[in-house]
Design a protein. Structure first.
Length: 81
């Protein structure tokens, strides 16, 4: 059922599948919660995409600075010793 819930957000399901999913969601709180979580994640992903589109250099915001990389590398090395 989770596959159909996910697919319903990507493509139009057949009438039979839509009815089946809707009835199942009325009865199953776990699948209803899963659907709400998927909707939330899609909304957040869209907002992130919108924000990166507004920046002049969107890819820079998605990468660590060289200084941050060094700090993380040092912290990991310190954990090993």
């Amino acid at each position: 059922m989770s596959r159909l819930v996910s697919e319903s957000m990507e493509r139009k399901l057949s009438f039979r599948q839509r009815v089946g999913v809707r009835i199942h969601l009325l009865m199953c709180s776990l699948c209803s919660r899963f659907r709400r979580q998927l909707l939330f994640l899609r909304e957040i992903a869209q907002q992130l995409d919108d924000q990166t589109d507004r920046h002049d250099e969107p890819h820079d915001a998605l990468h660590l600075s060289p200084e941050a990389r060094l700090r993380i590398k040092k912290a990991l090395q310190d954990e090993d010793t």
